[in-house]
Design a protein around this ligand. Structure first.
Ligand code: PEP
Ligand code: MN
Length: 279
């Protein structure tokens, strides 16, 4: 056993601590099972109409869960910051009417009650992976948490961040690889699929891959989504916007509903080759 595997073997995230692979169920949607979970939706909730149109189309294409940010972690304070509570209400309403579970980002621990009231899964963004006081508080809630890998975090730091939530008593943790900073500039991040494969090897937690933030480039989302499934991921989170050129955030990496629908069809044989299903 190498040094990392040895270290991990003493942690709650390890297969040694929990030999059975964790499956997380939200409203009939199982994460970590034979069926891959495909989460799709806009980067940010912009209007009810746009979210409704997106949800309707991604659901029709086979997505199992709806994403949308209400509290957005933007690099510039002058960029669109998200609709906040109104966005959460819109997300919950559309999710319910479309019969889709919903996921959204939690940025501030003050907002845990309101986000947990409206979302089925709370997303910890890359920028907050090291926010240990937030992680400790999420360890005390009874809702699944999807923990994105920090953009400069090692795999060990990522697993230790998950450990914070598990150690608090919340075992419903999903790991999400979303790309890391590298020397490369032609892509937004470098999607580290080896991290996703290693997380599957070392831990009992479900692993989701985000090829949208992982590349930042629309044309690279499909190839990386297929590669992620081949690497053994339990699902994907993909940004979709009806009019990417007008999106208030991350338009350049968002697929149109049509592109998403085509991708879903292409994913099927890849999933089948891995003994998995897309729908
Ligand atoms: C997002 O999912 O829109 C997001 C901000 O992701 P990340 O935290 O990975 O940058
Ligand atoms: Mn985004």
């Amino acid at each position: 056993m190498n040094a990392l595997a040895e270290k991990v073997s003493k942690m709650l995230v390890s297969k040694e601590a929990h030999p059975q692979m964790t499956e997380i169920e939200v409203k009939g949607c199982v994460i970590g099972g034979k069926q891959l979970v495909i989460i799709a939706g806009p980067c940010a909730i912009e209007t009810e109409e746009l979210l409704k149109e997106t949800a309707f189309k991604v659901r029709g294409a086979g997505a199992g869960m709806l994403r949308g940010g209400a509290f957005k972690p933007r690099t510039s304070p002058y960029s669109f910051q998200g609709l906040g509570v109104v966005g959460l209400e819109t997300l919950a309403k559309i999710g319910e009417s479309m019969n889709m579970p919903v996921i959204t980002e939690i940025m501030d621990s003050e907002d845990i009650p309101i986000v947990a009231e409206h979302a089925d899964i709370l997303q910890v963004g890359a920028r907050n992976m090291h926010n240990f006081s937030l992680l400790k508080k999420l360890g005390r809630i009874d809702k699944p948490v999807m923990l994105k890998r920090g953009m400069s975090a090692t795999i060990e730091e990522w697993l230790l961040a998950a450990e914070y939530i598990l150690a608090g008593g919340n075992g419903q943790v999903i790991l999400c690889e979303r790309g890391i900073r590298s020397a490369e500039r032609w892509t937004r991040n470098t999607l580290d699929l080896s991290a996703a494969a290693l997380a599957k090897e070392l831990t009992h937690l479900p692993v989701i891959v985000d090829p949208s933030h992982g590349t930042g480039v629309r044309s690279l989302v499909a190839p990386m989504a297929k590669a992620a499934i081949a690497a053994g991921t339990d699902g994907l989170i993909i940004e979709v916007h009806p009019h990417p050129e007008k999106a208030l955030s991350d338009g350049e990496q968002s697929l149109t509903p049509k592109q998403f629908s085509l991708l879903m069809r292409e994913l099927e044989p890849v999933a089948n080759a891995m003994g998995r299903r897309v729908r």
